[in-house]
Design a protein around this ligand. Structure first.
Ligand code: ADP
Length: 443
């Protein structure tokens, strides 16, 4: 400021001197005044032009080339440039932070949607796009409620109680392939809302399965228990003779055995679920497995064949030369279930073949073929579900629990093997467990 005043006064003095020098002697004072005026005008014009230059530079908003580097306007330009540079740096840093936050939200396993106070979409991550079928180009600033069109969500969003979440169908939901999402709104800022979504399809299915399972187990245990309690009451209240007593005790023993088998199968399943996957370090001889299955199978067939009926024809090919990598107790449990089913469901006089086959590609299969009643095609995909039975009473009569094939499938999966079921109604069934080549070796 001082320099500015100094330059103005200096130029006035120079103007006055020049005016006085140029004017005749009598008019020197007037000449000095005129010189001062011209010099002052020049100074103001120059100053004005520098101010204009600065204004133009500021208008262009290009901070790279500073037009003035001295004087008041020069300092203004320099300060403005520094201020803008500082702001630009701050903006760059905030932008980088914002990008970091957005990247973190993108990485979230949950769907994230930012909604404004009107419920319009401001931003969403890829998971949310997948959950609700959103498109960045099309759906930004659209009302979220209009896009998802779910009455449950609409009531939830309008209700204002966001302590809980709401479940709704997700993109591609259908009765045969349900997709369920859990959606939770979290209010923040000035009426804005953060929407978090989670795919709970598997969770809901697992929960439904757990409920079904508990209901099934309760039902399976309650039936023999009711029968047992009835017999106990009868024995307690009625004066029975020795033969009647023995018959009742026999029936009670059957029911108790049924419960025992059920508990045994449940424990087997829970052990399968809880234990680590079988490695490839333990080898089980297929031949000894087949020999054991033959012994047990023949015994079971004898027990189940009615005294007056013809015997079942059992054929066991025990010439297998291979070993299987896997837990022998699990393998035995699975394969004995297949042999047991064939014996239990094939009528007296029927034929059952059990054996071991080597495929050309190195895979090997254990198979059980029977000439039993066969299974209608619509039942086959569901046979390995827990407690699924084609003929409930036939299964119970022969001591079935409805868990046998579930155990077989579980064991097969744990050994990277595949359970194959082929069956023709009225002609018989063939169950095979196909083991991958890397789980089989020549003994
Ligand atoms: P279960 O204890 O009832 O035999 P499984 O899981 O072993 O239970 O079998 C499920 C159902 O599959 C059985 O109830 C039966 O209806 C059918 N099934 C299994 N094996 C055979 C077979 N060899 N022949 C005919 N039906 C079979």
């Amino acid at each position: 400021m001082f320099l500015r005043l100094f330059s103005f006064l200096l130029i006035q003095c120079l103007g006055a001197l020049a005016g006085a020098w140029a004017a005749p002697d009598a008019l020197q004072i007037r000449g000095a005044l005129a010189g001062m005026s011209v010099a002052g005008l020049l100074w103001v014009l120059l100053d004005f032009s520098r101010g204009l230059k600065l204004l133009n530079w500021l208008r262009q908003a290009d901070m790279s080339d500073v037009p003035l580097n001295y004087g008041l306007w020069g300092e203004v330009a320099d300060r403005a440039r520094r201020l803008v540079r500082g702001r630009e740096q701050q903006i760059r840093e905030s932008d980088a932070r914002l990008q970091d936050f957005l990247a973190a939200l993108q990485a979230s396993p949950n769907g994230v949607v930012l909604l404004d106070a009107e419920g319009r979409i401001e931003w969403f991550n890829q998971t949310a796009a997948d959950h609700f079928g959103l498109d960045v180009q099309r759906d930004l600033l659209q009302h979220f409620g209009n896009l998802v069109r779910d009455p449950g969500y609409a009531a939830y969003a309008a209700g204002g109680d966001f302590l809980h979440e709401v479940t709704m169908p997700g993109r591609g939901h259908s009765a045969s392939r349900p997709v369920r999402l859990s959606v939770h709104l979290h209010p923040y800022g000035d009426g804005r809302r953060l929407l978090l979504s989670r795919d709970v399809t598997a969770l809901e299915q697992a929960e439904a399965m757990r409920r079904d399972f508990v209901a099934n187990v309760s039902h399976e245990i309650r039936t023999p228990l009711t029968v047992l309690t009835g017999f106990v009451e009868t024995l307690q209240s009625l004066p029975l003779n020795e033969t009647e007593r023995a018959r009742y005790l026999d029936l009670m023993a059957q029911q108790a055995e049924r419960m025992q088998t059920l508990v045994k199968d449940l424990l087997t399943l829970s052990r399968l679920e809880g234990s680590p996957l079988p490695g490839t370090g333990e080898w089980t001889s297929v031949r000894s497995l087949l020999l054991q299955l033959e012994q047990e199978g023949r015994a079971l067939s004898m027990v189940l064949t009615p005294p007056e009926g013809p015997m079942q024809v059992l054929s066991f090919d025990v010439t297998a030369q291979e070993d299987i990598a896997g837990t022998s107790t699990e393998l035995h449990s699975a394969l004995s279930n297949l042999v047991g089913n064939a014996i239990r469901y094939t009528p007296a006089g029927g034929q059952i073949n059990v054996g071991w086959l080597r495929h050309d590609d190195g895979r090997c299969e254990f198979f059980v073929q029977d000439s039993g009643p066969g299974i209608a095609p619509e039942h086959i995909p569901r046979l390995t579900e827990r407690f699924y039975r084609v003929d409930r009473s036939r299964s119970r009569d022969t001591g079935g629990t409805g868990l046998g094939l579930a155990i077989v499938k579980h064991v097969a999966q744990r050994h990277n093997a595949e359970l194959k079921i082929e069956s023709t109604l009225g002609r018989g069934s063939r169950f095979a467990v196909v083991f991958p080549a890397n789980r089989v070796r020549s003994a």
